[in-house]
Design a protein around this ligand. Structure first.
Ligand code: GAL
Length: 985
């Protein structure tokens, strides 16, 4: 028999121990992480014959860190072993299950370790927490068995093979195996021993903590099913349980239940007769479905979640505990309360952190067979009984490993694996083993035969609202419809966070909050899976790689970079927006009624843990601030507060004595005391209300005539080219422009559409990317200068007519000259496509500049992603205003700017909107931005490119989901907008 047949057979493994919970214990263990000897064989015909022999000489082999993904070795410079490869749906090999290529990169790993005297070698297990994708193991030359299921724990009994003194472990890891067919998640294909390896004494086999909470009585019930060869007792001192029978059950009055908001854990301990001590962290909670609503502890749950892959830009799917902590803290700090472990069980330590800090978890099986969809799901393993054992194995290993986590409230059968008997069997298995949690699987959305939750991905808000009302479109079978309509609904993926965006998050949240059936959802996804690289040109320049950057034959490009975090875990504007959209306390300021309305959306907590603060600004200048007393508001309740006298006084004073500028009141809710996940003062929610509008500044009286002279036209402080009508100088500043501009460097949501034609198709078809600006006339006259132009693409008879009307006059301040531009745009001919943007572009010399503005900020904002931006005075620099999306694209817009001041080495340009303008400044042109494939391709050209936009087309999330909603579509219609320029110091 072929000794390597395990690679392609469908068996989940041989020689393994039955799966069990991951738990801490004080029985001796030997960590085997560290440097191992390693050799990468090119395939099954290139294996080292006697590599498992204890005395095999491996001294010439490389050293490789365990845990690691071997393709990540050598990065950010050249990968040393193979290379990462990215596909979303397609298998990177011909689909012929269970066969995989014979050219199957295979890592041969060896590691010697010592077993000290006294270590209970005669009863020990060897544990692999994650090996991708199939492996065989030898200890001291004895073959222990083999395994598959990359993101699952595999244990082997080593009681006969392990010996005191020197031991040699040899592991052969195959990149491809039959298991690869079940692991077609949208992510980099990476291989190796990527999670920890250890040898541990065998003590208590397993246990299952059952800790329920009865919200009607406040009682908790505790029972621990222990599997052990010896006697075991349970102690939970806080509950008065001391050295008792774990089986209980113990009914305890007045339990504090576990929830995302108050993750109360009771410390306990299992102690065996042999002296083994196992610490427990017990959370009491009961998950149920009540009248079609997902509840925990009797309260409806509203999931404000994210889909999380495990990712680090240098180590791939091998994460340190620090990275896991960073993820959990960042989630909690951004008001996220739920995580779907897409699409496999995470490192088990991550779930400990979810228990500790409070995140609801949908824990998902390591399963995806999406690559069968392009073939019409023909030969899909999900519906082939030959794969049944593999499915049940993965399911059992998921549930058994993670069953003791209170944070896990739902088991998910996997992702995008079609439908079939094996999924049905998996669900049935879970129901028998653990009836305390619900079952999720999106692929079963039509009949919901295996699941407890109706789940969909990437639907639009209208469909979501219909589902909320229980009126989703019927399917073929009325019985299915009736069954499904009785189920709570989960948006398991939405808000595709690829590139600039996503737009529209607030619309989803509004609908979710309006319908109890909607249990909320999970944004796709948490982090960009960019890979850190260094381009070695003259000097090393860092960038993040995506699909295709390693020469893959088939790949899905930048689709792997679609997270709310950049690869280095810096929050993107999308995450900042999401935090605001899902804030658990909603504050509304009612300037007319001089009231503040506080709506507490928490399910458990009142607002006692929050301090409220106010802050008033007049034109961005602080005019008062302080603490605000807001009566404690119960979960779900709303409190209305009159503005205290000091707030009213500050605002009245600003209004009456102030500058005539806008007066804003900002109210924030911050943590009153430290939580485990953020310190006191951390902001949770905020709102702004405009208390006074700015006094209208009259347009400059067109007091200055335009004077032609020597090929130039002078108009007050401005000089124009007499032929092109371009502004070439303003005061001491050299300028070039402005010209009407409608193009944006396409965002991913323009370029892609998972469900239809991308927006870019129409845009390119009508030539929006190659519009020509033809000046028709330049007419200096008494009231100023009028330039008439036409923007049109070669071959097209449609155009945008534009009339630039320049006037100049004295500014509001003595000696200040104002130059005003009124732009009148008139579509000519047929215009059926939306415009990417509508504004003007100009440039001035400079490589960087200080930028100060009064308007929305501090971050990037677009019309359908602007909830997180607040009105105020903001300061930044051009370089800091660029958002480094992994694939460069339109970014960095500052929305609704009233006025801005841009200071370069040459002087200061002042810009005033009428009343507002959108502002983008970049050290490179739109064309350069559009042409760049990675961040390091962007090189300043010595000019600052300024975009002053009347409006942008929305962002939407069409790269996988709906485009911008109708109100965020920028139609080509007659438009007039104005902006003023002046110079200053
Ligand atoms: C979903 C899938 C995810 C991811 C996403 C697009 O269909 O479940 O894994 O591929 O689309 O980024």
């Amino acid at each position: 028999m072929d000794p390597n047949s395990y690679v392609e057979d469908r068996s989940p493994g041989t020689g393994r121990l039955r799966p069990r919970a991951a738990f801490a214990t004080d029985v001796p263990a030997i960590a085997l992480d560290g440097d191992w000897r390693f050799r990468l064989a090119s395939g099954l015909d290139d294996l080292t014959g006697d590599f498992a022999a204890p005395d095999f000489d491996d001294t010439t082999w490389d050293l490789l860190a365990v845990p690691s993904c071997w393709q990540m070795t050598g990065l950010p410079r050249e990968p040393r072993y193979g290379a990462p490869a990215y596909t979303n749906i397609l298998y990177p090999f011909p689909v012929d299950p269970p066969r995989v290529p014979r050219q199957n990169p295979t890592g041969e790993y060896r590691r010697a370790f010592d077993v000290r005297d006294g270590f209970p070698a005669s009863a020990a297990v060897l544990r692999f927490e994650g090996v991708d994708s199939a492996f065989a193991v030898w200890l001291n030359g004895i073959r222990l068995g083999d395994g598959k299921g990359s993101r699952l724990t595999t244990e082997f009994d080593v009681s006969t093979a392990l010996r005191p003194g020197r031991n040699v472990l040899a592991v052969r890891v195959h990149q491809w195996s039959s298991g690869s067919y079940l692991e077609d998640q949208d992510m980099w294909w990476l291989s190796g021993i990527f999670r920890s390896v250890s040898v541990a004494a065998r003590g208590v086999e397993d246990f299952f903590v059952h800790a329920a909470y009865d919200h009607s009585t406040g009682q908790g019930t505790l029972a621990v099913d222990v599997t052990a060869a010896c006697g075991v007792s349970l102690s939970v001192p806080e509950l008065g349980i001391s050295a008792a029978d774990p089986a209980g059950p113990y009914v305890i009055d007045s339990i504090e239940p576990w929830s995302d908001e108050q993750p109360r854990l009771y410390s306990g301990e299992l102690v065996s007769d042999t002296g083994e001590r196992i610490p427990l962290r017990i959370g009491f909670r009961t998950v149920s479905m009540v009248d079609g609503v997902l509840t925990v502890n009797g309260r409806p749950v509203s999931l404000r979640g994210v889909n999380r892959h495990e990712w680090h830009p240098l180590t791939g799917r091998t994460l340190t505990e620090d990275a896991m902590v960073a993820d959990v803290l960042l989630m909690k700090q951004h008001n996220i309360n739920a995580v779907r472990t897409a699409h496999y069980p995470p490192d088990h330590r991550f779930l400990d952190l979810c228990d500790k800090h409070g995140l609801w978890v949908f824990c998902e099986a390591d399963l995806e067979t999406h690559g069968f969809e392009p073939g019409g799901w023909r030969r899909n393993p999900s519906d082939d009984p030959a794969w049944r054992e593999a499915y049940l194995d993965r399911t059992a290993r998921l549930v058994e490993r993670d069953k003791n986590h209170p944070s896990v409230i739902v088991w998910s059968l996997g992702n995008e694996s079609g439908t079939g008997v094996n999924l049905a069997a998996a669900a049935a298995w879970i129901r028998r083993r653990d009836d305390s949690r619900l079952i999720h699987y999106e692929g079963d959305w039509a009949s919901c035969a295996y699941v407890d939750l109706y789940s969909r991905m990437y639907i639009g808000v209208d469909e979501l609202a219909a589902i909320g009302r229980g009126q989703e479109a019927p399917t073929a079978d009325p019985a299915d419809d009736a069954h499904r309509r009785a189920l709570p609904f989960v948006l398991c993926e939405y808000g595709h966070a690829m590139g600039t965006g996503p737009g529209g998050l607030s619309e989803y949240q509004r609908v979710v909050e309006a319908h109890p059936r909607l249990a909320g959802g999970f944004v796709w996804e948490w982090i960009d899976h960019g890979i850190a690289r260094l381009a070695e040109e003259q000097e090393p320049r860092a960038f993040y790689a995506y699909g295709g950057d390693f020469g893959e034959e088939v790949h899905d490009g930048a689709f792997v970079a679609d997270g709310l975090l950049f690869p280095d875990r810096t929050p993107s504007p999308g995450l900042v927006e999401y935090k605001k959209v899902i804030e658990p306390v909603r504050i509304r300021i009612d300037p007319a009624a001089r009231q503040l309305v506080v709506h507490n959306l928490h399910r458990i907590r009142d607002t006692g843990h929050l301090d409220f603060r106010w802050n008033a600004e007049d034109g961005g200048e602080p005019v008062g601030s302080g603490e605000l007393k807001v009566p404690t508001t119960a979960p779900g309740a709303t409190t209305t507060v009159e503005w205290p006298a000091e707030v009213a006084a500050a605002l009245d004073a600003a209004r009456e004595n102030g500058s005539g500028d806008e007066v804003w009141l900002t109210v924030t809710a911050v943590l009153a005391a430290d939580e485990t996940w953020a310190g006191a003062g951390h902001e949770i929610a905020w709102a702004q209300g405009r208390v006074a509008a700015s006094a209208a500044v009259p347009a400059p009286s067109a007091s200055v005539p335009a004077l032609p002279h020597n090929g130039h036209i002078t108009l007050g402080p401005a000089q124009f080219d007499a032929r092109s009508g371009q502004l070439i100088r303003l005061g001491g500043l050299e300028l070039d422009g402005p010209r009407l501009d409608i193009w944006r460097a396409p965002i991913d949501n323009d370029l892609l559409n998972a469900f239809g034609e991308p927006q870019i198709t129409d845009w390119l078809a009508v030539g929006l990317h190659r519009m020509r600006h033809e000046v028709l006339s330049v007419e200096p006259d008494a009231p100023g200068l009028t330039v008439t132009a036409r923007l049109a693409a070669a071959g097209s008879s449609s155009a945008l007519g534009v009339v630039y009307r320049w006037t100049a006059g004295d500014g509001p301040d003595a000696g200040q000259h104002r130059l005003r531009l009124e732009c009148a745009v008139t579509p000519d001919g047929a215009w059926s496509v939306p415009l990417p943007r509508l504004g003007i572009a100009l440039s001035l010399p400079g490589t960087d500049a200080e930028v100060e503005w009064f308007g929305l900020g501090p971050g990037e904002a677009y019309r359908d992603s602007r909830t997180a931006a607040r009105t105020g005075r903001h300061r930044s620099t051009v370089s800091a205003m660029q958002t480094p999306y992994v694939r460069p694209q339109e970014n960095g817009n500052r929305h609704h700017v009233r006025r801005a001041r841009i200071t370069t080495a040459d002087g200061t340009l002042l810009i005033t909107g009428d009343p507002v303008i959108d502002l983008t400044v970049r050290p490179w042109s739109t064309a350069a931005l559009a042409a760049a494939a990675h961040q390091h391709d962007l090189v300043g050209d010595g000019r600052l490119h300024l975009h002053l936009d009347h409006a942008h087309h929305g962002l939407g999330s069409a790269s996988c989901g709906p485009g911008p909603s109708a109100s965020d579509v920028l139609a080509a219609v007659p438009t007039v907008f104005s902006v003023e320029f002046s110079t200053g110091r």
